[in-house]
Design a protein around this ligand. Structure first.
Ligand code: ADP
Length: 401
């Protein structure tokens, strides 16, 4: 019988989903058949549920109020989503649900079937990702209560990086911290795994060589990929490290945090808010975390120009680090919101990577072609849209096979 897989990607107050048809002859590597996708936003305030079919036709667009005092704000939206999906399966049987889980810690290096015990183990990793882990587990917990019979699979953003050598996982802290799990993990792994699979299909010469994959959306990181495996990445212990992001600071001298603590008397929660929500493009520009707003104002506002310059400068610095980890560079892949859409930023970055052998084809870049480097560029540069939900579908199929 033809089945379906639901992929869920939960934030602290939003729940994105994609529903896939799985034909009896499909393997995890088969092309995705997306039936519908959408999201519930404002989960803890005024949930707003939107869904579209694969052709972009709006299937649902409705809001409702949360019931004050509800212990788990995900409970209602999850029940609404599952009811809606039940009504749209049209004879398909839901075989399983996959969840994007931000942190798998040192032990969860592949997808795992969710049980109450596993949920407890994953909740214990919350100190490693305090702002993201609870939100990524909440839908699984709600669904386990509502549909204990339905198989659920946790898919980890950290897992793709478990191939990093010990030296790339290490931090130069007293050894006792490594023993507590305080080390470099890396994130955006579901996206990198998808891009690695695209390279195997479309550009085998890159899949077997040294690439930097740049996932630059509202969160941003680089992955140094050698023969399709992660050997280094710019995010480390937390999602704060590495590149400058929409509202996160990226790489920061830890002395700044000591200054905030000791000289400004700020508490941990205030510093957390500054580093996660008030820094990056938003903090430096004083205007917005969205590249489209920044480009629109760049000609009129020096702070906006400074934010864009710093974004590019830091990208190029961190790319140099990844190239050093790879001991050379053959390919560069841009993906996620900025990487897939922003020809201006791509051009600025590629211009400053000429020393590594990058030569941009300006027309191809402006046209958003897949290959945007010149034919004589030593480094091949591609734009490949990411699809984390497809990685989740593959994980569910592999895990439940
Ligand atoms: P996430 O999934 O992490 O929320 P996305 O990968 O969707 O993030 O990226 C969101 C960001 O991508 C936006 O904040 C914006 O800066 C950027 N972006 C999206 N579309 C465009 C565009 N057409 N031009 C430039 N930047 C864009």
């Amino acid at each position: 019988m033809t089945k379906a897989v639901l992929a869920l990607n939960a934030g602290s107050s939003s729940l994105k989903f994609a529903l896939f048809r799985v034909d009896p002859t499909d393997t995890p590597a088969s092309p995705s058949h997306r039936i519908a996708s959408g999201e519930v936003e404002g989960i803890d305030t005024h949930p707003h549920f939107r869904a579209k079919d694969a052709g972009g036709r709006v299937l649902v667009d409705e809001s409702w109020d949360t019931h004050a005092g509800t212990a788990d704000p995900h409970h209602g939206p999850m029940a609404t989503l599952m009811d809606w999906i039940g009504g749209h399966l049209g004879g398909l049987e839901l075989m399983g649900v996959g969840h994007r889980v931000v942190h798998g810690g040192p032990d969860f290096i592949r997808p795992v079937r969710i049980t109450p015990k596993i949920l407890g183990d994953l909740a214990a990793l919350t100190p490693f990702a305090p702002l993201h882990q609870p939100g990524s587990l909440a839908p699984a917990r709600a669904l386990l209560a509502q549909r204990p019979d339905l198989p659920q699979v946790a898919c980890f953003d950290t897992a793709f990086h478990h191939t990093m050598p010990a030296v790339a996982q290490a931090q130069a802290l007293p050894r006792s911290y490594a023993d507590k799990g305080v080390r470099r993990y890396g994130f955006h792994g579901l996206s990198y795994e998808y891009i690695a699979s695209c390279l195997r299909e479309r550009a085998p010469h890159l899949a077997t060589s040294r690439c930097i994959v740049a996932h630059i959306g509202s969160g941003a990181s680089l992955c140094a990929m050698c023969e399709g495996h992660s050997i280094d990445t710019t995010m480390g212990f937390s999602v704060l490290d590495g590149l400058m992001m929409g509202t996160r600071c990226g790489h920061l001298d830890p002395g700044v945090i000591l200054y905030m603590l000791k000289e400004e008397g700020l508490g941990a929660a205030e510093i957390e808010t500054i580093l996660y929500h008030r820094s990056g493009l938003l903090g430096v520009s004083g205007l917005s975390n969205d590249m489209r707003d920044l480009h629109a104002r760049a000609a009129h506002d020096p702070a906006v120009t400074a934010a864009l310059d710093l974004f590019v400068y830091r990208f190029v610095q961190e790319a140099g680090m990844m190239a050093a980890s790879l001991q050379g560079l053959d390919g560069l892949v841009f993906t996620a919101g900025i990487g897939e859409n922003d020809a201006i930023i791509r051009a600025a970055i590629c211009g400053r990577l000429a020393w590594l052998g990058v030569r941009l084809d300006e027309a191809a870049n402006a046209a958003n072609n897949e290959i945007i480097s010149t034919s004589d560029s030593r480094v091949e540069v591609r734009v490949i849209p990411t699809d984390e939900e497809t990685t989740i579908r593959r994980h569910v199929m592999m895990c439940l096979a």
